[in-house]
Design a protein around this ligand. Structure first.
Ligand code: FE2
Length: 212
């Protein structure tokens, strides 16, 4: 296998967050590493099936199971990278007044506060998963979505602009299971709005390219 076939664990420097302990961050990084390893392992195993250039009928049950698990592990890896990327110990509690994200939220929801209420609503949904604010590249519209586990509910082709892990492992060392709202408050105090704005800007560049 060549290097280009293998994902490597990305480093993130997230010690010193407000309300999310270093212990939580360290444990979360270990879990993320597990997703990277499993993505690489499953990719390698699946490649074996194609060695003869086809997937045989008798191989189909094992192949199907590995493919389904790949969706779980792959999205687990990618969503964690979005999540860690949109956190910083120097977070600001809200996007700047001239931020592209704020403008997109106002356009899509009427106000930033209404967007935030919807995003927090998604984050408090019962179940194991993620709250993701997506931008539709064709129009710039923002919409908030619930992702079950890692792979169910992602919208194909939409750009994740803000990603919040609400699996219990994201906060259980710092908060009780019933205190997810406190974790969400802490999350909002640590958002790297510069990164979020870069994602929005990139999506807008992509809209411009498509409309040419
Ligand atoms: Fe997580």
């Amino acid at each position: 296998m060549t290097q280009s076939d293998t994902y490597t664990t990305r480093p993130f420097d997230l010690h010193g967050l407000n309300g999310i302990s270093d212990r939580t961050v360290d444990m979360h990084m270990k879990l993320y590493e597990g997703y990277v390893k499993e993505t690489n392992r499953l990719t390698r195993l699946l490649r074996e099936f194609l060695k003869d250039g086809k997937v045989d009928q008798e191989e189909m049950p094992a192949y199907s199971e590995l493919k389904r698990r790949l969706g779980f592990e792959y999205n687990g890896m990618v969503l964690h990278e979005y999540y860690f990327d949109n956190l910083t110990p120097a977070g600001a509690n809200g996007p700047a007044h001239n931020a592209a994200f704020r403008a997109a939220a106002e356009e899509s929801f009427g106000s930033y506060e209404r967007w935030k209420a919807d995003f927090i609503g998604v984050g408090k949904m019962r179940g194991v998963g993620w709250a993701v604010c997506y931008q539709r590249p064709q129009t710039g519209q923002l919409s908030n979505h619930w992702i079950t586990l890692h792979e169910t509910g992602n919208v194909a082709g939409f750009v994740p602009t803000l990603v919040m892990d609400v699996w219990e492992h994201a906060f259980i060392l710092d908060y009780k299971p019933s205190e997810r709202g406190s974790y969400i408050d802490a999350f909002f105090g640590n958002i790297n709005w510069r990164v979020v704005d870069e994602r929005v800007t990139r999506a807008q560049v992509s809209v411009a390219a498509h409309s040419r």
